[in-house]
Write a protein that binds this ligand. Structure first.
Ligand code: GLP
Length: 240
C-alpha cells in the first residue's frame, strides 16, 4: 500500500486525478470504478479541467460505480446517479450509455444485485476510486461485511446515516438501505486509488494502514491488494 500525504484537499485531488488521467491516456477503453461522496469531488473537477484544457477523451471509457441508495430514482438530487452526472459525466465526453450504477429504485433489489454482479464480471476496473467512511467502510460495506462479499443490499449503520445526513434536508430523509459492490468486487480492480480528507477520518486511516486486517474495519482488506495508492491530506494522516 502506497500512502501519499498531501498538504490539503486540493493537492490530494490533483494527485488522484493525475493517476486516473494517466490510466485513460494509456488505455482509451479503460474501465473506471467510480465513487461518490465529498472526497472525490475535487478529483472529478481536475479531470474535467484536464478534459477541457488538454482534451483527454473518455469517448471509449466505461464506468462502474460502487453504490446507490435504495429507494432513490436516478433523478433524485441525492441519488448517486445524479451525483455522477452533475459532478463528472455531464462535463466530459463519456458515453452515458457506458456508465453503470446499481439501481436503487429497482422493484426486485436482489435481482438488481445479481445483474450488477454479472456486469462486474465483464468489467474489471482498471482503476477503482474509493473514499473512506469514518467507520472504515468502503463503498457501503459496513463493518463486519465479509471479505468475499459481492454486490448486496446493505442496512446502513446509524453512524453512516448520521455522517451522510449533512447532505439531506433532515436525518429522516436519509435512506436506511443501499446497494453496494461487495469487497470482492472492489478487490478485483487492477489498481485502487483512495482519497481521504479530514480529521474525522484519521482513526479509520490509521486502522486501514497500520491495523489488523479484519472485517471489523473493512478498508483494512486493502493491505491485501497488490496495487493501492492512498492519497490523504495532513488531517486524515494525523494519526499515522
Ligand atoms: C459514503 C459512500 C462512500 C464514501 C463515504 C465517505 O457513505 N457510500 O462510498 O466513500 O461515504 O464519504 P465522504 O467522502 O463524503 O466523506
Amino acid at each position: 500500500m502506497k500512502v501519499i500525504i498531501t498538504e490539503n484537499y486540493d493537492e490530494m485531488s490533483k494527485k488522484a486525478a493525475e493517476i486516473l488521467i494517466d490510466v485513460v491516456k494509456k488505455n482509451p477503453n479503460a474501465v473506471l470504478g467510480l465513487a461518490t461522496g465529498s472526497s472525490p469531488i475535487g478529483t472529478y473537477q481536475n479531470m474535467i479541467k484536464d478534459h477541457e484544457e488538454n482534451g483527454t477523451s473518455y469517448k471509449n471509457v466505461s464506468s462502474v460505480n460502487l453504490d446507490e441508495y435504495v429507494g432513490l430514482t436516478a433523478d433524485h438530487d441525492q441519488s448517486y446517479a445524479y451525483f455522477m452526472r452533475t459532478n463528472l459525466f455531464d462535463s466530459i465526453d463519456i458515453d452515458q450509455a457506458n456508465t453503470n450504477l446499481p439501481c436503487g429504485a429497482a422493484a426486485d433489489l436482489q435481482k438488481e444485485c445479481d445483474r450488477y454482479n454479472a456486469l462486474l464480471e465483464t468489467k474489471q476496473q482498471d482503476v477503482q476510486v474509493l473514499g473512506l467512511g469514518s467507520n472504515g467502510h468502503i463503498g457501503f460495506n459496513e463493518p463486519n461485511t465479509p471479505f468475499d462479499s459481492v454486490t448486496h443490499i446493505v442496512d446502513l449503520t446509524e453512524n453512516t446515516i448520521k455522517d451522510n445526513s449533512r447532505l439531506f434536508a433532515s436525518i429522516d430523509e436519509v435512506p436506511r438501505q443501499a446497494l453496494s459492490m461487495g469487497i470482492k468486487n472492489i478487490m478485483q480492480a487492477k489498481s485502487i486509488v483512495m482519497v481521504v480528507s479530514g480529521k474525522n477520518k484519521a482513526a479509520a486511516v490509521k486502522g486501514m494502514v497500520k491495523g489488523e486486517i479484519t472485517p471489523a474495519l473493512p478498508a483494512s482488506v486493502l493491505q491485501l491488494h497488490p496495487c493501492v495508492t492512498v492519497i490523504c491530506d495532513k488531517d486524515a494522516a494525523s494519526l499515522l
